[in-house]
Design a protein around this ligand. Sequence first.
Ligand code: ADP
Ligand code: MG
Length: 215
Amino acid sequence: MSDASQLNFSQLNLSKAQTDNLNKLGYQTMTDIQAQALPLALNGKDIIAQAKTGSGKTAAFSLAILDKINPRFFGAQALILCPTRELATQVAQEMRKLGRHIANLKVVILSGGQSIGPQIGSLAHGAHIVVGTPGRIKDHLRKKTLEIDQIKTLVLDEADRMLDMGFRDDIEDIAAHTPEQRQTLLFSATYPDNIEKLSKHLQYEPQSIRIADTH
Ligand code: ADP
Ligand code: MG
């Protein structure tokens, strides 16, 4: 999964609690995308990254988000947009595992195809991290049941698929509700031309990372 340089998570400036949790989860060596993206993402840089499915992109953005979470502030501090309910659920599950050393960490899933009532109830109790699909996130913004004006990080996960599914305008509308000085992390399995256009609209001096599909 990773290259010969075998970078270890302990070489990053993560908290001891985070590194211990990674060890318990069996995460020791970083994958290539993690080794390239994490030092930049932890440093607050915007990133546009392409790496194939299964290469560990979730942890690459999740660890950067978790590093900045203030568990005492129960407002959305990070928003992750995903193309489908299934992917949003997978990302949320992985983030809960990676962040289980943070007491009371709340990761809420807001995706379409689910009734909105329980989502509103969940948000009313406060959430640190929101993972969802663009249409449903827009519904919550319209209803004012979700506020994202305090987020520090916006992630576009599987950005190529979101563009294929026609979410481009929704993504830009959502981004307009977030602070301008946010960190924006864009992850994709492929690198179509329209990805760069999206990046230009939403990112500030993004660092580009591309991991070749060698195997
Ligand atoms: P992608 O988003 O690139 O398709 P995922 O983030 O879903 O890939 O990761 C694929 C699998 O690899 C997941 O089961 C995840 O738990 C595991 N994984 C990711 N990074 C590591 C790592 N550094 N060490 C061990 N397992 C990892
Ligand atoms: Mg993924």
